[in-house]
Structures are given as structure tokens and as C-alpha cells.
Write a protein that binds this ligand. Structure first.
Ligand SMILES: Nc1nc(=O)c2c([nH]1)NC[C@@H]1CN(c3ccc(C(=O)N[C@@H](CCC(=O)O)C(=O)O)cc3)CN21
Ligand SMILES: O=c1ccn([C@H]2C[C@H](O)[C@@H](COP(=O)(O)O)O2)c(=O)[nH]1
Length: 293
């Protein structure tokens, strides 16, 4: 049971008990039915990578390699071309193809258009470490005007701070699908924690704090049974570790940990083969999570 598992169980309880049901939702399920959610607002999670916290859920298998490959697609290749993502074996975005083989002027397209990553993050951290402008903001109105089609970015902003030998990163997410994507230890946290590790390596710092803020976090109505199953799994096998986690008594050496090849220093040379996940033994079987599209 990781810190992320504990946060996840708390988030599920919170949404099931206090979540508000939305009205006139934008997404639909694959069969065309409106995809309603129960949501809560203003959720925050924090992990200190320098203290051995890594945000990955063990209550079901998380596709951590696919999650990291999506980061390469957006920030290294600066692309919105789904073919490139598919060639890496990742199909997360296939259902959001706007009809031209892309997901619109979004994410990688936006990074490229405004040089949001190399210039504003990588170079700026190196040139002016204590600057307070290390911001990569994917929410760009011109992109939406020039291409109205396409899901608007969800995890849309990172802010980077040098703190002595550490690099900290804050991730802002306007909308989060708790179970498959935004939840504690799920794809979004795994991939952005990996991005923090890559940027820290490139700029010569140690990965420090990773803080994730989600403004509207949801459980879709067709994922409620799966949410309950995750609570059941946590209760069944891991209840005892709750107290230990609360009191910080967990042996961090036994926790899952993402390791980045120490020989690679250039962000643009890093590949998925430079990553390995140690001590990751997720509970099975995998859950099927119907998505709102
Ligand atoms: N409603 C909704 N939820 C999302 O999470 C989401 C969207 N829409 N739209 C665009 C992207 C696509 N994202 C996705 C899409 C699929 C998975 C997914 O199927 N994950 C599986 C594992 C897949 C695999 O093994 O490669 C999982 O079980 O989490 C995760 C995130 C995140 N985004
Ligand atoms: O990285 C991602 C991408 C998407 N999501 C989720 C959050 C929402 O459930 C949908 C987007 O719907 P909106 O109506 O545009 O909010 O996708 C995510 O959690 N993480």
C-alpha cells in the first residue's frame, strides 16, 4: 500500500459520500448515453520524491510505460500526431481523433507553437534557476480559436521551482477522471512525476516535491462499481498499513520506485528503456473502466 493508494481510497470515499452529480455533461459513453459524473472540487496531493515517495497505485495495474510515453509525445516530440503515439504502442487518444489523425491544436502542438518546454522550462531553469517564471501553460486561447475541435487540455500547467539541490514541480489540472487518469497514483501522476525526474536530471537537480492540484475531479457513473472494488481491495489486504502510512513508518525501500538511467543527462535522449519500475506488485485482475468520450 503506497501513499497514493491511501490518497486514492480517501478520494473515492469523498466522491461517493460528498460528490455532486453534474447536469448536461459534455461526454457520452460509447453507446451514446450521456456520461454523468459525481465530482468534488479542489483536490490536492503532494509527494516528496527525494524522500522515497513515488505516486503509483498498487490496487490495480497502472500502465506506467504508456503513461510516460505520452510525455515523450507531448514534451519531447512536441507532437499531436496520433500515428506517432500509436507507433510507440499507445492508444490512449485514439477515441479523441478530430478526424485528421490528431487530437487538435492541443498539448504537443501547443508546446511546439510557443516553445513552452525547451525555452520556458529546460533552458530557463538552467539560465536563471531561482527565477519564478518557469511555467509551461498549455491553456492557450489562440489554439482553441484556430482549431475549435479537440478535447481541451486537462492537466494543463506545470510550474517549476529550484530549491537548493532540488527541483519541485506543481501540476495544475482543471478536470480529472479519477480512476483511469487523474487519481492518486494513476496515469497523470505517474507520468508527471516521471517528467519531473527527467527535467531534474537534464538541469542538474534532484527530483523534489511533486504537488498535484485537481480543480474538478470525477467518478463517472459507470465506474462506481470499480471504485467500490478498489476500496474493497484496500480493506481486504492493506488496512494495517494505513496507520503506518499516517505515521510515516513505512519502509520506503520496499515501496514501488521509478528509476531513471543515471547515464542519461539530456532530456531529448531519454527513452522508455531508460526507465524501470522497482518493487511494483499491483493487485489483479485489471478493472475495465468505461470512459466518457
Ligand atoms: N473521460 C476521459 N477520461 C480520461 O482519462 C481521458 C479522456 N476522457 N480523454 C483523453 C484522455 C485519454 N486518457 C486515457 C485514455 C485511456 C486510458 C486507459 O485506457 N487506461 C487503461 C490502461 C490502458 C493500457 O493498458 O494501455 C487503464 O486501465 O488505466 C487512460 C487514460 C486520459 N484522457
Ligand atoms: O490527461 C487527462 C485527460 C483527460 N482527462 C479527463 C477529465 C475529464 O473526465 C475528461 C475531459 O472532459 P472535459 O469535459 O473536457 O472536462 O478527460 C483526465 O483526467 N486526464
Amino acid at each position: 500500500m503506497t501513499k497514493a493508494d491511501k490518497y486514492l481510497v480517501e478520494s473515492i470515499y469523498n466522491i461517493l459520500q460528498n460528490g455532486i452529480k453534474d447536469e448536461n455533461p459534455r461526454p457520452k459513453y460509447e453507446d451514446g448515453t450521456p456520461a454523468h459524473t459525481y465530482f468534488v472540487t479542489h483536490q490536492m496531493r503532494q509527494y516528496d520524491l527525494s524522500k522515497g515517495d513515488f505516486p503509483i497505485c498498487t490496487l490495480r495495474p497502472i500502465a506506467w510505460k504508456s503513461a510516460i510515453k505520452e510525455m515523450f509525445w507531448i514534451f519531447q516530440k512536441e507532437s499531436n500526431d496520433l500515428k506517432i503515439l500509436n507507433e510507440m504502442g499507445v492508444h490512449f487518444w485514439d477515441l479523441w481523433d478530430i478526424g485528421d489523425g490528431t487530437n487538435g491544436y492541443r498539448y504537443g502542438h501547443t508546446v511546439h507553437r510557443y516553445d513552452l518546454f525547451k525555452k520556458r522550462v529546460l533552458d530557463d531553469i538552467k539560465n536563471n534557476p531561482y527565477g519564478r517564471y518557469h511555467i509551461c501553460n498549455l491553456w492557450q486561447e489562440e489554439e482553441f480559436k484556430d482549431e475549435p475541435n479537440g478535447l481541451k487540455p486537462c492537466a494543463y500547467e506545470t510550474i517549476w521551482t529550484v530549491r537548493e539541490e532540488y527541483l519541485d514541480m506543481f501540476l495544475n489540472q482543471r478536470s480529472g477522471d479519477l480512476l483511469p487518469a487523474s487519481g492518486p497514483g494513476s496515469t497523470n501522476e505517474v507520468q508527471y512525476a516521471a517528467l519531473l525526474m527527467m527535467v531534474a536530471k537534464h538541469t542538474g537537480y534532484k527530483p523534489g516535491k511533486f504537488t498535484h492540484f485537481v480543480v474538478n475531479e470525477q467518478i463517472y457513473t459507470r465506474q462506481i462499481d470499480q471504485a467500490k472494488e478498489l476500496i474493497h481491495r484496500a480493506n481486504e489486504r492493506h488496512l494495517a498499513t494505513f496507520e503506518a502510512l499516517k505515521n510515516d513508518e513505512i519502509d520506503k525501500n520496499l515501496m514501488p520506485k521509478l528509476v531513471l538511467n543515471p547515464e542519461k543527462n539530456n532530456f531529448y535522449d531519454m527513452t522508455i528503456d531508460d526507465f524501470s519500475m522497482e518493487n511494483y506488485k499491483p493487485m489483479k485482475p485489471q478493472l475495465t473502466l468505461p470512459l466518457g468520450i
